[in-house]
Design a protein. Sequence first.
Length: 117
Amino acid sequence: MNATIKLLTADKIAKWGLILSSSILLVELIYIGIFYLSLPPVLPIFNQLPWGEQRLGIRATIFLPLIIALTFFVFNFFLVSRLRDKLPLLSRMLSITTFLISILSLFFIVRTLQLII
C-alpha cells in the first residue's frame, strides 16, 4: 500500500484528482448526515422515470449517488495505481473522470435536498 501511495504522489494530476474526489465524497457524506433526520420518508430520487410513485424512493436511497460515486472511486483508484507506470495518460484520465463523477454526485445530492428542504 505504501508503494502505491508513493507512485501516485509522483503524478500531480492523478494525485490531486484522487485527493479532491475523496474530499468531495466526504463532503457529500457529511451533507447527507446533517439533513438525514429531517428528510421525509419518501424522496424524489429517480427523476427520469414517469410521474408518480415510481419516481420516489425511501429515505435511505439518498445514499445511492454517494455509493455509486464511491464505487467508481475505489475501482478507478486501483486502476490508476496499477496503470500509473505503463499508461500515465490513462491513469490521469481516470482520476479526472473520478473527480467529475464526484462533482456530479455532489450536485445531484445538493439539488435533491434543496428541493425537499
